[in-house]
Design a protein around this ligand. Structure first.
Ligand SMILES: [Ca+2]
Ligand SMILES: [Ca+2]
Length: 347
């Protein structure tokens, strides 16, 4: 039994440590896209280089550092271009306690043509070498709507000693900066007269999808017509060509006529204890004021909300039975209306 346990352990250990396959992003053509401000795990365990002048891992066109076991990431700039920053953290190298192995990685950012032909590579950042702990790469003049690559490779030095076995390391990578900051929006909040339709004001550089799709003319265009009869919260997802997804929300307020009860009964019987104004939730900036018969204000609020309604109190004290008077201004830019009337408190 002991032998069997031991055997099982070995089998598991071999499975975990046996990275016999090269990483999927061993070559420029298979670079893994990185999205704005999202950490991605990577490693160059068993990564390789190819050895022709025009192929992915360049050999002659090496103005940065000698490649040993490179892996590739890609990102795409927005319509503005400009500055981009790449961050690399949590560098964990295999054999880091063995003096025959390097524990340092090296990295740079470059532009390539679509075939990842190394003779076309243009370096757009510094070449960072000898990195055993967190570091960043900066680049300032990225072109708009352009794909760039980050190449990460194991170094061959350690504590100043050179000629060691190239480092194989795990790490995490992310990117941000104005050139990558995604341009997308679900638009400003919308106020809509009951029964009307409105075109949503989505924007973005990619495939659009709105959720929920109910009441939309087409959930996969940026500006579908919304024709719902109730308030709605819609979420816009933009999936860019590189697979990065970005989300934004918009609120739609459908403005209906208010239905205002004229009585509340604050007798604690659980019925009509509070003032529920139907459809007030279509007017999130409404103003509501209540006065007593002498014209003294007893209640005032902006954006009356039926989930915390008026219960016949002034401050925290119940008001006497009687007739009070309200003014509700919907403050709407679409269907602005002032409602006035009386509200009776009966105990
Ligand atoms: Ca490679
Ligand atoms: Ca009651």
């Amino acid at each position: 039994m002991d032998f069997f346990k031991h055997f099982t352990f070995l089998a598991i250990f071999n499975t975990l440590s046996g990275f016999s396959q090269a990483p999927v992003n061993d070559y420029c053509q298979n670079a893994i896209p990185i999205c704005f401000n999202e950490w991605v795990s990577g490693n160059n365990f068993n990564a390789t280089i190819d050895s022709c002048i025009t192929c992915s891992d360049w050999t002659d066109n090496n103005l940065c550092f000698e490649l040993n076991n490179s892996v590739w990431f890609s990102f795409t700039t927005n319509s503005q271009g400009g500055a981009g920053y790449i961050f690399i953290k949590n560098i964990q190298c295999e054999n880091s306690s063995n003096n025959l192995y390097s524990n340092e990685i090296q990295a740079t950012v470059l532009k390539a043509n679509s075939n990842c032909n190394s003779s076309t590579y243009e370096f757009v950042s510094s070449c960072e070498i000898g990195k055993a702990s967190n570091f960043s790469l900066g680049t300032s003049n990225l072109e708009p709507f352009q794909k760039y690559y980050v190449v990460i490779d194991g170094g061959t030095s350690k504590n100043g000693q050179i000629g060691l076995i190239a480092a194989e390391c795990g790490f995490e990578i992310k990117i941000n900066g104005a050139a990558i900051d995604p341009e997308f929006s679900a638009g400003d909040d919308i106020y809509l007269a009951y029964g009307n339709s409105v075109a949503l004001a989505g924007s973005g550089n990619g495939f659009a999808s709105w959720f929920p799709a109910t009441n939309l003319s087409n959930s996969n265009v940026l500006n579908p017509l919304f024709s719902g009869l109730n308030n709605a919260e819609l979420e816009l997802t933009i999936e860019e060509a590189n697979g990065c997804k970005y989300l934004d929300q918009v609120s739609i307020f459908v403005e209906k006529a208010l239905e205002i009860p004229n009585t509340i009964t604050t007798n604690d019987d659980g019925v009509n204890e509070v003032w529920i104004i139907e459809n007030i939730n279509g007017y999130p900036t409404s103003s509501l004021t209540i006065y007593d018969r002498w014209g003294q204000q007893v209640y005032n609020t902006i954006g009356y909300d039926n989930s915390s309604p008026w219960g016949g109190k002034r401050n925290n004290n119940f008001l006497p039975s009687g007739t009070y008077f309200y003014i509700i201004d919907t403050k709407s830019s679409v269907t602005q209306k002032i409602y006035t009337g009386s509200i009776s408190i009966i105990k």
